[in-house]
Design a protein around this ligand. Structure first.
Ligand code: G3P
Length: 214
């Protein structure tokens, strides 16, 4: 399973890379706005820091706008994946970008049918948003299970990025389902290290070691 970091923050990217846990990065306009400053420079820096795929979101309404911005985003590096929203115009753009050899990540997926359409259009990745669905009292992880089953039924190439992750349990369930990627906020990645019994056990070992050494 691959771990992407859902962030536009360079310090977080470097920390995840130092742990050997950085397979890629996903960004969106909200994450870019959170960093502030010159978004073009931020995107360039992220693409330099990361060896794996970096999703950069194209913003627009028409296929032509998504394609133009997508091609512009590609200038940030060979690892750019153009993130395109799940709309009819977005899927038109996915098809054209694929014909030009550009990888895409179709975002804002909330139903199995949306994922199937995106995969058929030629998306390299589809991103179901599990946390936002859970927030509406729907079952985000069931959506991932349904999408995985559909893609497997037809041996489709699109890879599933479990997005809008809120806690480590989302990542564990994604791994049990065989989802290809989870894109995790840094805080969730950090939580994934922790268990109270690990902390308690370590404290006891350290105390006993100190006693042993007088
Ligand atoms: O980057 C896409 C997705 O992970 C956003 O998640 O936290 O805004 O629901 P969130």
């Amino acid at each position: 399973m691959q771990f992407f970091l859902d962030t536009a923050n360079i310090a977080e990217i470097r920390a995840a890379r130092a742990w050997g846990l950085l397979d890629g990065v996903t960004t969106n306009p909200t994450l870019m706005a959170r960093e502030g400053g010159d978004w073009r420079a931020v995107m360039r820096d992220i693409c330099r820091e990361v060896e794996g795929p970096v999703s950069l979101e194209a913003v627009g309404e028409t296929a032509d706008e998504f394609i133009a911005m997508g091609l512009d985003l590609m200038r940030n590096g060979p690892n750019v994946v153009v993130k395109i929203p799940m709309t009819p115009e977005g899927l038109k753009a996915v098809r054209v970008l694929k014909s030009k050899g550009v990888d895409t990540n179709v975002t804002l997926i909330f139903s199995p049918m949306q994922a199937l359409l995106a995969a058929k259009a030629g998306a390299s990745f589809v991103s179901p948003f599990v946390g936002r669905l859970d927030g509406l009292s729907q079952d985000g992880m069931q959506l991932v299970a349904d999408i995985m089953a559909i893609l497997r039924n037809y041996a489709m190439d699109a890879r599933v990025i479990v997005a809008s992750v809120r806690h480590p349990r989302h990542v564990a369930e994604a791994a049990l389902m065989g989802a290809h990627v989870a894109t995790v906020p840094f805080a969730v990645l950090r939580q994934m290290f922790d268990h109270p019994l690990t902390s308690a056990g370590l404290e006891t070992f350290n105390k006993d070691w100190a006693a042993l050494n007088g």
